[in-house]
Design a protein. Sequence first.
Length: 379
Amino acid sequence: MGPVTEGSTLDGTAERAAPPPRRRRRGRGRLVAGLLAVAALAGGALVAVNGAGVLEAGAGPTRAAAVLPPATTTVTRQTLNDTRDADGELGYGPVTTAVSRQPGTVTWLPGSGATISRGRSLFRVDDKPVVLMYGDRPAYRDLRSGMEGKDVENLERNLDKLGYDGFTVDDEFTWDTAQAVMEWQEDRGLAETGVVELGRVVFAPGKVRVESLDTEEGAPVTPGMKVLTYTGTAKVITVQLDAEDQRMARKGAKVEVTLPDGKDVKGKVTEVATVIVPGEGQEEPQTRVEALVSIGAAKAAKGLDKASVDVTFTAAQRKNVLTVPIAALVALQEGGFGLEVVEGGKSRYVGVETGLYAGGRVEVSGDGLSEGMTVGLAK
């Protein structure tokens, strides 16, 4: 017997080579390469399709699916709103502290909750008034002839509103301005110097409401000591949002407010600011977006000095559009999304364009897509 060689058997007959193992065919469940993840969109799931039901590159807009979907829904036409609900605090807005800029003894204080208007005393030190005036810049220096600036303009505008004249309202403190100041000082029982010393007036955006008192009549004060706190007089809602929700709170944006009695009223964002909220314990400080919301129907909040309310912000709105649940979207192999349309016991895939995502639904459009169509849902 000759030697046994590769490809022969012991009896010398030729041996047939074994066929290579067949590649295991993957079924419909294989994920399509390039699947676009939208897991962050309201928990919706996307289904990738292939095999008999895949829309491959170069294919037409539709193609039949081999198996009907496990569940279905219908295409609906509606208004889609991208909204966010947040807790708000109804009150009088930000609290500002008024301090004494002069040493002396507190001789008069308003009551908590009192309203102070232009030209009235906010408090008195050594029986001399600290007067409220309206302005958008804090007082920070003595005001006298020869000075220029926004604070000068604020002073002159208030003197004009209080009935003093003989000067031009601008940003220049002239001799004519000093004459008007002396008339005002005489009326308020002050020395007629023509100079408004630092601490004699407090500028605020408008009328104020006394929030709380930090001292009492008869107590001594030194420059920088807190005397009282105040707010505006209009009811406003303060809302804090996460930094990533800043798009929801735009100045001028309309919102809906639900009051404690369940009544819904309209509101508008009047001011937006970024604030740092200190962390508790070992927690890091957080950056938040703080929005002030005014109420259109102020009478609806009558009798509510402070209350917790619900505020609904709307970042975007799409009216009269076709929508489906996000779970109805199918990721297509060639990119983009489609829907599995079910008709007459069969189904086919239709490519669609997506728009606004909101409330677990998505705006869709495409050739042949219409309201009332039945489409598949992911398991």
